[in-house]
Design a protein around this ligand. Structure first.
Ligand SMILES: *Cc1c(COP(=O)(O)O)cnc(C)c1O
Length: 397
């Protein structure tokens, strides 16, 4: 078995597992027992693939950026998840999980959201499937992310502001888990990233793995080979990165670079760079790396990008970085901003602030002329317009 796949107990190396309250153990186990059989079935695959094609707009293009290639002295392809319906990769996972929930006979969906992107994706698929949807969101985030809150409500979802803790993403996760505990039989918890108790990290990675499946096929057409020299993706909880690397993990010649949010700098403490600053701990149902103090209290993370400021990281990513299969690279706010304005001017593509961290990583790598690089553009930048306008005077000549 591949050392990068989840084992029977739900671990990637010694990260992962199931750390949930006793009342939830039966639901998590029921999901763990049936998910592979359902998502590998012909019936599921057909419905999932048809929706990805006709509703999401897949396959997403693999675009050779001539200007970025020239700038970095190699070949740089952008995997265009920004062109998906709802503007990011999150819809791939939301569609897959709602189809799974229906096949498990669930009647109600709950989800957590930070920046609101996963909440919007979940509310979207609940509208599509006509299922009631409750989205938990920290009260601070409800204030900061008004447009996404309005979108979710328009789609018919109930958005519940969470008043506990720092009123941000981790508090929203806790509340969603609490709801699931209260309604374990009819409710499905639709997690937004490769985190949480087993089987979620593996389940979400598989739902996003369509990204790497397409990259292999597209590279073969364009380059005559299925594998690139580098894969680059940004990482919050880890889902777009997991999707990008899934079908390449055993190709050890493919270098994997994970760009995490350095914030104002890892050494300043105002950071969300969990792979650099985190230590081992348990958060939201699994053992992974966590930004925490000596007493195990989670430290509130910081990043200019709302989608990356999560204090944890998926167990798969903790495992591949700690074992040397992947390299983590913290990219600070100013580096991400500069890279976003750069792509906008060079290619006419305004990336999401999250994806801009992956673009920032290009400036820290040394390429050979023959290198082929695939970078996943996880989302589009419309949602970040206010931030881009605010900082434009410091970056745009
Ligand atoms: C949510 C989000 C991310 C971060 O989440 P991952 O699970 O790490 O992929 C990155 N990019 C965009 C556009 C997002 O919306």
């Amino acid at each position: 078995m591949s050392p990068f796949q989840v084992d029977k107990e739900g671990y990637f190396g010694h990260f992962g597992g199931v750390y949930v309250p006793e009342i939830l153990q039966p639901c998590v186990k029921a999901l763990g027992d049936c998910y592979r059989q359902i998502i590998d079935s012909e019936d599921f695959r057909q419905e999932y693939e048809a929706l990805l094609r006709d509703y999401v707009g897949r396959p997403s293009p693999l675009y050779l950026s001539k200007s970025l290639s020239k700038l970095h002295g190699c070949k740089i392809y952008l995997k265009r998840e920004d062109l998906n319906h709802t503007g990011a990769h999150k819809i791939n996972n939301a569609i897959g999980q709602i189809l799974l929930a229906r096949r498990m006979g669930k009647k109600r969906i709950v989800a957590e959201t930070g920046a609101g992107q996963h909440g919007v994706a979940t509310a979207t698929v609940c509208a599509l499937m006509d299922m009631p949807c409750v989205v938990y969101m920290g009260a601070t985030d409800v204030e900061r992310q008004r447009p996404n809150v309005e979108k979710m409500r328009l789609l018919g979802a109930e958005v519940v502001p969470v008043q506990s803790g720092n009123k941000t993403l981790k508090d929203a996760c806790n509340e969603a888990i609490r709801d699931w505990c209260c309604h374990p039989s009819d409710t499905y918890y639709l997690i937004g990233s490769t985190m949480g108790p087993h089987p979620y990290p593996d389940l979400v990675a598989r739902m996003q793995s369509v990204i790497s499946k397409e990259i292999r096929k597209q590279l073969l057409e364009k380059e005559g080979r299925e594998t690139p020299d580098y894969l680059v993706a940004c990482i919050g909880g880890g889902s777009n990165a997991a999707g990008t690397i899934f079908h390449f993990l055993d190709d050890l010649d493919v270098k994997i670079v994970l760009a995490e949010a350095g914030g104002k700098g890892v050494e300043t403490g105002e950071t969300a760079a969990t792979l650099a600053a985190g230590t081992e701990g348990v958060l939201h149902g699994s053992r992974s790396l966590v930004i925490q103090d000596e007493d195990g209290q989670v430290i509130e993370p910081y990043s200019i990008s709302a989608g990356l400021d999560y204090p944890g990281i998926g167990p798969l990513h903790a495992h591949i970085v700690r074992t040397g299969r992947a390299t983590a690279m913290p990219i600070n706010d100013d580096e991400a901003l500069a890279a976003a304005y750069e792509l906008n001017r060079l290619d006419g593509i305004l990336p999401a602030l999250e994806s801009a961290h992956a673009l920032g990583a290009l400036h820290k790598l040394k390429f050979r002329p023959e290198d082929v690089v695939v970078l996943t553009l996880s989302g589009r930048g419309d949602k970040d317009m206010a931030t881009y306008l605010k900082h434009a005077k410091d970056f745009v000549k």
